[in-house]
Design a protein around this ligand. Structure first.
Ligand code: ADP
Length: 339
């Protein structure tokens, strides 16, 4: 596979803020590459530098072997994070308008069907749901059938059903061979869609790799969390201690917490054995939760910070784990093509 996008040592500061502190990456043809990081990590600045919509202070970018300014616009698509198309136009009008900007463009009917808006293609943008609005915007970025498509936070502010529809859309594009570079602060989105992930924190790439490789290298062991029964605290505590000793003797790493026990490194086939030890020692527990490490654990391990915690403190969107609870988008704070 050949690199369609190469960046070397990109740096960009705004006043005292270092938005990019030496980012290097390459993206192969046909790859889905996700830039993941909390708000303020530098994702949008990086996308803007990669697409030639902002000049880095130093470093270089090559798109299809040339600088972004000279790259063939016919082969590039960009959905910026912030763009509000005229709200009184319909998806059909918007897609048709953007298609008209290119010498060679796709059939709007085909695009409207692809983004799942064929039934609502004559509804004004302002009356669409958040997910439909964002899909309309993705549609405007597809009119020239790009070989390389940048999607900056394509699902932020979109409800869970709309998010899943966008995921399927990206998967279909990838199946057709489109190279996709997307940014997200939803770890679950990156795990689902990306061939490779770049974890961005404070303007630096902390790691790049496939989700599976990153989790295997940095995610740490699986965990079985045993929440012990509060009402029988002292008895539970004594039996939990005995269980902890027994499990440690069985080569498990056991951590005592206020809520109970965390048993590290429990393979799925070992869960029954651990539960047997708990039962033998008479541990009363409220809940057992078995979790595999994920990209969130990788981010925590590499940066010492939790994406979720940071996002919550910012008052921003929830992390991947909280996606199911996300409400409907409040409006079109997102969209379209600033080309
Ligand atoms: P992300 O997309 O990951 O949320 P950004 O690239 O938007 O991150 O921002 C990275 C950092 O650069 C943040 O601290 C942000 O406040 C700052 N920044 C971005 N754009 C500007 C700008 N035009 N002027 C001043 N500061 C900016």
């Amino acid at each position: 596979m050949s690199d369609v996008l190469v960046a070397e040592d990109l740096r960009k500061t705004y006043g005292d803020t270092a938005a990019l502190s030496g980012v290097s990456l390459s993206v192969d043809a046909g790859e889905v590459f996700a830039l993941v990081g909390p708000n303020g990590a530098g994702k949008t600045t990086l996308v803007r530098a990669l697409t030639g919509t902002t000049d880095p202070d130093s470093g270089s970018v090559s798109v299809f072997g040339t600088d972004p300014e000279s790259a063939d616009r016919q082969r590039l698509g960009l959905l910026p994070q912030s763009f509000s198309p005229p709200a009184r136009l319909t998806p059909r009008e918007l897609v048709t308008y953007y298609a008209g900007l290119y010498a060679d463009s796709r059939d709007p009917d085909e695009i409207l069907a692809e983004v799942g808006l064929a039934p609502d293609d004559r509804t004004r943008y302002e009356n669409l749901s958040g997910g439909q609005q964002r899909r309309t915007c993705v549609g405007t970025a597809l009119v020239n059938d790009p070989d390389l498509l940048f999607l900056d936070e394509p699902t932020t502010g979109v409800d869970p059903a709309g998010r899943r529809a966008l995921w399927r859309l990206v998967e279909n594009l990838a199946d057709r061979g489109t190279t996709v570079v997307l940014t997200t602060h939803y770890m679950a989105e990156a795990e689902r869609l990306a061939d490779r992930v770049g974890l961005l924190a404070d303007g630096e790439l902390a790691a790049v790799g496939s989700p599976a490789d990153l989790v295997a290298e940095y995610g740490g062991p699986t965990r079985l969390v045993v929440e012990t029964d509060d009402e029988t605290e002292s008895a539970a505590s004594a039996s939990a201690s005995a269980s902890a000793d027994a499990l440690a003797g069985d080569d498990f790493e056991v951590e005592r917490t206020d809520a109970g026990l965390v048993v590290h490194g429990v393979a799925p086939e070992d869960i029954g054995r651990v539960v047997g030890v708990l039962d033998d020692r008479g541990v009363a527990y409220d809940a057992l939760t078995w979790t595999e490490p994920d990209l969130e654990d990788v981010f925590l391990q590499l940066t010492g910070r939790s994406m979720a915690g940071r996002s919550a403190a910012d008052g921003s969107e929830p992390s991947g784990e909280e996606i199911g609870a996300t409400g409907e988008s409040s409006g079109p704070a997102v969209a379209g093509g600033d080309r």
